[in-house]
Ligand binder design. Structure first.
Ligand code: SAH
Length: 393
């Protein structure tokens, strides 16, 4: 939010050097190897790139930008902890570049291994972020859009529809806030470092490609998270897969398949009517050939719908053809699609069928179901239960 002054209600004069007449931040000349991304009308703390932030510090000594950039990204410290900066500058930045994410709710599982936030963004849209600690890594699952236009019937976000795109800063801040939270030792836990980011929260990353890619570059270049530890998940938007195949950083690609015949996939994942399995498969093949990276397919196991032996056979053939890895996850039932997920012994059977057919498959734990942390549930729960007694810990 640009800080309106009390007198005029207009953005403060100090912000003006970075603004064109229209009030928008001008797009700076790109850094070598960096793609400029458009900045929202009311940028938040992590929306500006280094040169845009530098313009905001006009009049300050040059080393201030290094102090600020290092503090915000490399150290991922809150502004009020950046005590190398004068208090007056911190206050001005706090007003001119507010945080994007206002916590509506934060919940943690009893063992502290999963933390989930529901955030409110400027304008009132709500998104979720989940932080998951495993033995060897800590992963953040970020949202890329408020809502989603892909309309997959089994997905809570798809049921609610599309609201708006997230900006680079709104995506990056989800990771920064998670990094800060992970540092706090939980009961019986230890401080953790966020090592992985998956773009698997609310929204379709390929339908907000530029902001997602801007976030990828910021996470890799400035937060220091290796591109190989970043995973972009798509419902199967073919032009996005093709763009990713040409991208400069080796991020991982996950495709949410859920069905490997067009009749069933048209029903479960409506975008399949635009990009059918043959077209999707060709884009995946090109991606693998060009990048030599391993592809993974996501498969939410739905009881009696896509967990039959014939489904395993179709999936194995489709995955084997492109040497893809399969991630199985039992469906998490949602209000608009109350069908249950495949029970545990069915999940094991399905996995074993895939393995017997020569396809690598692992079962993903559905983390955070006890705190409604699975797939759009926290937001759904809050929309339903406003004013109702809470059953959270
Ligand atoms: N739109 C992107 C990323 C967000 S969804 C995509 O489709 O890949 C992240 C993953 O969660 C996808 O694989 C999606 O199919 C899956 N998912 C959505 N709703 C689910 C549910 N109720 N249970 C289990 N997985 C679900």
């Amino acid at each position: 939010m640009a800080a309106p002054t009390a007198e005029s209600g207009r953005p403060s004069a100090r912000v003006d050097p970075t603004r064109s007449r229209s009030g928008r931040l001008p797009v700076p000349p790109p850094y070598p190897g960096r793609v400029p991304v458009s900045v929202p009308d009311h940028p938040t703390r992590y929306d500006l790139d280094r040169s845009q932030l530098g313009a905001l510090l006009d009049g300050e000594p040059r080393y201030r930008i290094d102090q600020l950039w290092t503090g915000l990204y490399e150290q991922a410290r809150p502004l009020d902890e950046l005590t190398t900066l004068p208090q007056s500058l911190r206050s001005r930045l706090d007003a001119d570049l507010p945080l994007a994410l206002d916590p509506v709710h934060e919940s943690a599982s009893a063992d502290g291994a999963t933390v989930k936030w529901l955030w409110e963004l400027r304008g009132g849209a709500r998104v979720e972020t989940v932080l998951m600690h495993y033995d060897e890594r800590s992963t953040v699952c970020v949202s890329t859009q408020a809502g989603c236009a892909m309309a997959c019937g089994f997905c809570a976000t798809g049921q609610a529809g599309y609201e708006r795109q997230l900006s680079v800063g709104e995506i990056v801040e989800q990771v920064i806030r998670s990094v800060q939270r992970a540092r706090l030792p939980d009961a019986g836990g230890r401080p953790r470092r966020v090592s992985n980011v998956v773009f698997m929260g609310m929204g379709e990353p390929m339908a907000n490609y530029d902001a997602v890619w801007g976030a990828v570059e910021r996470l890799q270049g400035d937060l220091g998270i290796s591109a190989r530890h970043l995973t972009v998940s798509t419902v199967g938007i073919v032009p996005g897969i093709r763009r990713l195949a040409d991208a400069s950083l080796p991020v991982n690609l996950a495709v949410s398949l859920h069905a490997a015949n067009d009749t069933l996939r048209n029903e479960l994942v409506p975008i399949n009517r635009r990009y059918d399995l043959t077209t999707l498969g060709e884009a995946c093949d090109d991606y693998v050939a060009r990048t030599r990276r391993r592809l993974s397919f996501e498969w939410a196991l739905i009881d009696g719908v896509n967990d039959r032996p014939s489904d395993a056979g179709e999936l194995a053939a489709y995955a084997r053809a492109r040497r893809a890895h399969v991630n199985l996850i039992p469906l998490n039932p949602t209000p608009g699609y109350p069908t249950r997920g495949t029970p545990p012994e069915g999940v094991r059977r399905f996995r074993d069928q895939l393995l017997a057919l020569g396809t690598n498959a692992t079962v993903r734990q559905n983390r955070g179901t006890d705190i409604d942390a699975a797939c759009g549930q926290l937001r759904a729960e809050h929309e339903i239960s406003v004013g109702a007694p809470t059953r959270r810990r």
